[in-house]
Design a protein around this ligand. Structure first.
Ligand code: GLY
Length: 245
């Protein structure tokens, strides 16, 4: 009996729309789960993401569709529990081919912060089609280009960290004039002030014609936001850039 198998290889997150029978994967993404640069430190919920994931080539995508996505959907149908909604495939591209590390019946965080900004089709129509069973006839189109998300976290996360630190640099939750969107995760309004209220506080996301441009914009936006003992990784996207070379 195999209790545990040690797998190695690049990880890829593939969120996908499913209507019970049809599966349409979204643009692939790469999470950065460790707290510190160089993939060091403790595992976190995710310190940043980029999309698309350069390891997820068209050939890998085809293999995943054949050996993982379709068999998963078909097995759930056969068991009388057809899946409808967003299914998250957490994959590892091992020397023996793509393997599933985890399934989640939800969007990923912070994968969604880079995947949905690249979606050109109407999200509501797609989500409706997953419940109506009409996904096959519904357009799911993603833009060319890339997106990057850098997480601004409370120092100490994922272990103990302080809350209630004032966040400056934002107006109405966004950075005025920046080419980036701020997704709020661990922030709160207290006595009219924006303060930290969690480990992963803000997701700073930018799009670009390519990954270097997206990363440049996201990191430039991060410089405009501050709170005491803020922590971010400074190497989000570096592994993806190396893979692209
Ligand atoms: N980023 C990992 C997850 O959403 O599970």
């Amino acid at each position: 009996m195999v209790v545990e198998e040690f797998l190695t290889g690049p990880e890829v997150s593939v969120l996908s729309f499913v209507d019970g029978k049809v599966v349409k994967p979204m643009v692939s993404s790469m999470d950065h789960k460790r707290a510190l640069d160089g993939d060091k430190g403790l595992n976190t919920g995710g310190m940043g993401t980029v999309a698309p994931n350069p390891y997820y080539t068209p050939a890998v995508a085809e293999e995943c569709m054949k050996t993982i996505f379709l068999p998963t959907i078909e097995a759930m149908q056969q068991e009388g529990c057809p899946f409808k909604g967003c299914l998250y495939f957490g994959l590892m591209l091992t020397p023996k081919g793509p393997k599933v590390i985890e399934y989640n019946c939800r969007f990923g965080d912070p994968e969604t912060q880079v995947v949905l900004p690249l979606l050109e089709s109407d999200l509501l129509k797609i989500m409706m089609s997953t419940t109506d069973g009409t996904l096959a006839d519904t357009e799911v189109k993603f833009a060319d280009g890339a997106a990057a998300c850098v997480i601004l976290a409370s120092g100490g996360y994922p272990e103990s960290y302080a809350k209630g630190k004032e966040i400056t640099g934002l107006e109405n939750g966004q950075i005025p004039g920046a080419e980036a969107v701020i997704y709020h995760a661990g922030s709160a309004l207290k006595d009219g002030k924006l303060v930290t209220s969690g480990g992963r506080v803000l997701g700073v996301t930018a799009k670009g014609a390519d990954l270097p441009e997206a990363l440049k914009k996201a990191y430039a936006a991060c410089e405009k936001v501050s709170f005491e003992n803020a922590h971010k990784r400074s190497d989000i996207g570096q592994r993806a850039l190396k893979a692209l070379q």
